[in-house]
Design a protein around this ligand. Sequence first.
Ligand code: ATP
Ligand code: MG
Length: 332
Amino acid sequence: MNTDKEKIILEVENLKKYYPIRKKAFGKTEEYVKSVDGISFSVKENTILGVVGESGCGKSTMGKAILNLIEPTDGRVIYNGKIIYSNDKKECISKSEMTKLRGEMQMIFQDPYASLDPRKSIESIVSEGIKKHRNLTKDEIREKAAEILELCGMDRACMVRYPHEFSGGQRQRIGIARSLAINPKFVVCDEPTAALDVSIQSQILNLMLDLKEKMGLTYIFISHNFNVVKSFCDEIAVMYLGKIVEYGPAEKIYKNPKHPYTQALISSVPRNSPDEKKERIRLTGSIPSAVEIPAGCRFSTRCPYVSDICRQKEPEGMNLDNDRTVYCHLYK
Ligand SMILES: Nc1ncnc2c1ncn2[C@@H]1O[C@H](COP(=O)(O)OP(=O)(O)OP(=O)(O)O)[C@@H](O)[C@H]1O
Ligand SMILES: [Mg+2]
């Protein structure tokens, strides 16, 4: 439950990431893909925030922008009280401070097949970060790499082998070991199980929960699968076309979704048992392009409850029950 004592580790204010693209007709004018279009939320220490939404809604871009792996277009990112990104560069911490913080903030990538360098041994993949962030001897580095691999369920003998010799699930374990090797505090996990079989998925999820407890981690956990997010996360942010549409405690959102988009997403999750009654809400139309975002509420072109105001005015965040926010004109 929320108490005032809970420490906020990450605050994101109006974060944007626009990618410039050229108009086809006249090479000069520029248009933008608005991948992340003004997102605000915070994450409490030692909790898991799930970010869920359809493919292309901007989840990975948001994760990378938070960690400064890509430069945001606008907004502010505050980590542990320190401004690590702001449009006003004078507000930000220095480069050397940022280098120190780099080790605390890590990302586990979406695709275990693409994210490990095929030319490097497992030892060199996992120890790379340890070398950068710690003053240790060669033997100590090797031992640390072996320990973290073992913690992630891999035998230390795997260190002399190369990524192609491993299965998807094993590669993901190696990817997790690499990210956790430098003792991070905050990890963005970008669909770490999406490329894996269902049985391996739950092993990896359990491993991540275990490591979170052992290492005192805070996660942002990105997924397009509501089933994964609802059981795994403390809070959930639902994203649609570059924006958060609903945000709050996981259980409340799953049991009683307020935003029509969240309702549709949850209604498409398979039932737990044949007796469970569930009405499937089918969304009409396809997701609009992130280049031409609809006026007013961006979900208005697919919303079953759309009214005039939705096509005219972008909804502001409404606070419900003090702990959740929904961006929808139905809740004034
Ligand atoms: N480097 C880039 N240049 C231009 N557009 C980009 C770039 N990277 C991402 N995009 C666009 O930004 C939008 C969001 O992409 P992103 O990869 O963040 O989505 P996602 O929610 O992670 O999707 P998925 O679930 O498929 O991983 C998409 O429309 C994508 O085409
Ligand atoms: Mg992605």
